[in-house]
Design a protein around this ligand. Structure first.
Ligand SMILES: [Zn+2]
Length: 362
């Protein structure tokens, strides 16, 4: 029987993905990352494609935009490849469509069990227009020292957490979420940092997206995420407003899609997400893109894990004493090893992917 569920390491996820892609007869390309992983392993973005090379429609399924969230995304890609190769072949790529699986868009974060990349950058805050001033998030500065204090002993954790909760009381939880997670460009060791220019994965997309898409005139994108929303629930999130054609196509394919812009989503409205940049990279192509966001634990537990991770890396000792515990805390915030969680996640994934496959070919 095929392995199912989440692995413990990036290496294991990558090996399993490449094996399953080869077994499915996919065309595979690997793009090495300049840095090494937690265990010294090679890092790469791996791209596996199935279906006609000159198809006019492409479905792109992406894992690991947020590093550690790739444990789930990779397992889902592996699950899909297994469906293609299984004896009952419960899924087939129809004529006119190519399915492209992009494994570990942020491979460094995946391998190091971080949501951010090698520069402490949140990839989904990095796709802003770098020819202009980055968006301002003035209120972040007042919280920066509370979110990522100088050390992480029990006293400091307790005190800073109480102060953050008091702040939530004062300005409201959703405003606090916006300030903390909306993106900031001023505190490089902080949380939800957008960077000071395009990062490695951003450059990779600029360079390769056009070729990945090929001749397609219609592109669907499902970007797999975890860490927001109710346990096991998969919310579809659009970066577009409700009036946008892409948003409307999304609701025609999938039913309910929540708009981040119109404040309907579990996600705060944020700056610099990569899906929002795709249309400008693919002029003339009809793009229908969503994030599929699965809930794990509650928001405060997720934030505590991200703070612990940020402090660990701000101190420059990511392999120091206690660092494995922090990585375990981060993994637990973004991936759940309970088979019931993965069953729910898979069922939703199949529904979303199957709907895209049935709507995409012209
Ligand atoms: Zn995410």
């Amino acid at each position: 029987m095929a392995q199912r569920g989440l692995t413990r390491t990036y290496q294991e996820s990558r090996a399993r993905f490449l094996d399953a892609a080869a077994a499915a007869g996919a065309r595979i390309e690997s793009f090495p990352h300049p840095r090494a992983g937690l265990h010294g392993e090679t890092l790469a973005i791996d791209v596996a494609a199935l279906g006609e090379p000159d198809a006019t429609a492409v479905l792109l399924i992406v894992s690991g935009t947020h590093g550690v969230e790739g444990f789930t995304g990779s397992a889902l890609q592996h699950h899909w490849l297994d469906r293609v190769t299984s004896s009952d072949a419960s899924v087939q790529v129809p004529s006119g469509l190519r399915v492209v699986l992009l494994h570990a868009f942020n491979p460094y974060g995946f391998a190091w069990v971080r949501r951010v990349n090698e520069d402490n950058v949140d990839l989904n805050r990095n796709f802003i227009d770098w020819t202009r001033e980055p968006p301002a998030n003035e209120d972040y500065g007042g919280l920066a020292h509370l979110l990522v204090p100088d050390d992480w002993d029990d006293d400091t954790q307790q005190q800073t957490t109480l102060q953050l909760l008091a702040k939530a009381e004062e300005i409201g939880f959703s405003r606090l979420q916006e300030v903390v997670s909306g993106g900031q460009y001023t505190h490089p060791t902080g949380v939800f940092y957008g960077g000071s220019g395009p990062v490695w994965s951003h450059h990779w997309l600029d360079e390769h997206l056009r070729r990945v898409v090929g001749d397609a005139t219609r592109v669907g994108i499902i970007d797999l995420h975890t860490g927001l929303g109710p346990w096991g629930h998969g919310e579809l999130i659009s970066h577009e407003g409700r009036e946008a054609p892409g948003y409307r196509r999304g609701t025609a394919w999938w039913g309910e899609v929540r708009s981040m812009v119109d404040g309907e989503s579990v996600s705060a409205n944020l700056s610099g997400d990569w899906l929002g940049a795709v249309e400008s990279m693919l002029p003339g192509v009809e793009v229908t893109a969503v994030a599929l966001e699965y809930g794990t634990v509650d928001t405060v537990t997720v934030l505590q894990a991200l703070r612990a991770d940020a402090v660990l890396h701000a101190t420059g000792e990511p392999l120091g004493t206690g660092s494995d515990a922090v990585r375990a805390q981060v993994r637990a915030a973004f991936a759940d090893d309970d088979p019931a969680w993965f069953d729910a996640v898979v069922a939703r994934f199949d529904e979303v992917v199957d709907a895209a496959i049935s709507h995409l070919p012209a």
